[in-house]
Design a protein around this ligand. Structure first.
Ligand SMILES: [Fe+2]
Length: 193
């Protein structure tokens, strides 16, 4: 059980920078292009891009105040602008280990979309994630975020402490849809089975 006095100020008062995509006192995870093998649709474009460098694609800085069932974790994500072929820079995407866990995303900066995929039915939707918008990700739903603009995309994600991250399913088969730039706008394109 969390005690108010036992928590440090970073757990009680989040100070985030929407421009820099940082959260004071948070644990930071970085994903570079080389960390995203198998994620992008165009494997040739991916391999070519890897020969040209290993840029930072996204970072997440997360605060984990406690681990009790009722606790919340939250983090700030920052996705750089970029493309692999016609596909936008994006997160690996995941399900929650505790499948019932929902998550709320709040756009802070830039122009993004989220891809939501129902685990059981495969039903997929693409929703905008921009400043002034919140996206509710229900339980049992795979989710991935893409930067479809020309500047960094930042957002906050809030989720139950129990949620956990399950990357396994998408490491094997990826999401059913890719989000590609089609005449300057993001479109959901069905991958080959
Ligand atoms: Fe999540």
């Amino acid at each position: 059980m969390s005690s108010l006095l036992a928590l440090d100020v970073n757990a009680l008062l989040g100070r985030f920078d929407p421009e820099a995509g940082t959260l004071a006192g948070a644990k930071r995870v970085e994903r570079r292009l080389s960390d995203l093998k198998g994620v992008f649709l165009d494997e040739v474009a991916y391999e070519t891009a890897c020969t040209e460098g290993d840029p930072l694609v996204y970072s997440v800085e997360a605060i984990e105040p406690g681990t009790a069932d009722g606790d919340l974790h939250y983090g700030v994500g920052l996705i750089q602008p970029g493309r692999i072929g016609r596909e936008y820079f994006m997160t690996k995407g995941h399900l929650h280990e505790w499948r019932e866990a929902a998550e709320l995303y709040i756009g802070l900066r830039g122009k993004g979309v989220m891809l939501l995929e129902d685990e059981a039915t495969g039903e997929s939707r693409m929703l905008p994630l921009e400043p002034g918008m919140a996206v509710y990700v229900p339980g049992h739903t795979g989710h991935r975020t893409a930067n479809v603009g020309d500047e960094p995309l930042s957002y906050i994600g809030v989720f139950p402490a129990r949620a956990g991250h399950d990357y396994g399913a998408y490491a094997v088969r990826n999401f059913r849809y890719a989000i590609l730039d089609e005449d300057g706008a993001p479109r959901m394109i069905r991958r080959e089975p």
